[in-house]
Design a protein around this ligand. Structure first.
Ligand code: 5GP
Ligand code: MN
Length: 327
């Protein structure tokens, strides 16, 4: 009996399951949680899905997205005997868990920096997305996938691989995508909603953001900054900056790209690498985490201070002799 069987055995016994997804939810967290929730409901189990933030507007095509409840106060959360954290590497990603949930806590994730914070930790860093792990779990359980569940799982894998572009794209993630499409998922439908349904304000914000571009390390490091004033001016929210870090990354010769986004309490830093530098190590050293090629952290300081703190760390990792001298 392996971990998959153990988790299935536990889920089968439970009358209901509480699901948690990380703050600033992405397509993987949302799609994985919704697919698992629908599977559990098909087995006559009640589920709650909780998140710190609202579902970004361009993910509101996901079947049953309205069932995801935004939680800001302790009393807002109801617990079933089993809680499952999804795509969440540490408890800092689940700020509404002021205390440990009662009952069994299961942690399903694919981040190498996962803190193994559950009683059962199904953590597979080689998986392209948590959606891949959920797919395997449901398959092992022998539950038939509905088109809605398949759409959620396809969105999870498709978005976490950047539309099957990033370094985590594998034969298996493509095979799962193919199998989900065979079940009826429309790749065009998903791609249109995820990547072609933005607000005009987002485009204006992108313009302002790109005008902040700075390069250093002989063009091997690039970063951009998003301030709250810029978001106010363009009537946009934090979700509108998703994917922005891929623009500095798309410059030829850039090995690491950074996005500094001003938040209510400080700065959210997104780090991306084309492979030579492990940005999860840098993000972890700053209290965050993630993957080798995509990581992030929250800093309690100004954007200027955040740039001054993070840029030298990346320059050190790039071991660049002309750091900070060019722009
Ligand atoms: P993003 O930059 O798109 O927000 O996140 C990139 C990756 O880093 C994702 O896999 C995300 O889960 C992880 N990540 C982002 N911010 C944090 C953070 O503050 N803490 C941890 N542990 N991981 C983060
Ligand atoms: Mn993920």
């Amino acid at each position: 009996m392996d971990l998959y069987d153990t988790i299935i055995h536990e889920l089968e016994k439970a009358p209901g399951v509480t699901l948690f997804i990380h703050k600033s939810p992405d397509g993987d967290a949302l799609g994985s949680a919704l697919a698992l929730s629908m599977a559990l409901e098909s087995q006559a189990k009640d589920t709650f899905i909780y998140c710190w933030d609202e579902v970004p507007y361009f993910y509101r095509f996901l079947p049953q997205w309205e069932r995801i409840t935004k939680v800001r106060r302790e009393g807002d959360v109801s617990f079933y005997p089993i809680s499952v954290g999804i795509d969440s590497s540490d408890l800092g990603r689940l700020p509404f868990l002021w205390k440990r949930p009662p009952g069994l806590v299961i942690n399903i994730d694919h981040h190498p920096t996962n803190a193994r914070w559950g009683d059962l930790n199904l953590v597979e860093p080689q998986a392209s997305a948590t959606g891949e792990i959920i797919f395997r779990l449901l398959e092992r359980w022998g539950l038939p996938l509905t088109l809605d569940m398949a759409t959620c799982l396809y969105t999870a894998i498709f978005t976490d691989t950047g539309g099957y572009r990033f370094a985590n794209t594998t034969a298996l993630s493509l095979l799962y995508g193919s199998r989900l499409v065979k079940m009826g998922v429309s790749p065009y439908h998903v791609a249109t909603h995820v990547y072609e349904s933005y607000s005009p304000g987002r485009m204006h914000l992108l313009g302002l953001t790109l005008s902040t571009l700075v390069l250093s390390c002989e063009g091997r490091l690039a970063w951009v900054v998003v301030t709250r004033a810029m978001m106010g001016e363009t009537d946009t929210g934090p979700e509108d900056t998703e994917e922005f870090v891929n623009f500095p990354k798309s410059i030829k010769g850039v090995e690491v790209a950074l996005l500094f986004r001003e938040t209510d309490s400080g700065v959210k830093v997104s780090l991306r690498s084309k492979g030579r530098v492990d940005v999860a190590v840098i993000a972890s050293s700053l209290g965050g985490g993630g993957h080798k090629a995509a990581a992030g952290c929250d800093l309690s300081c100004s954007t200027v201070e955040a740039v001054e703190r993070v840029v030298p760390l990346v320059e050190g990792a790039l071991a660049c002799s002309t750091c900070s001298t060019d722009s």
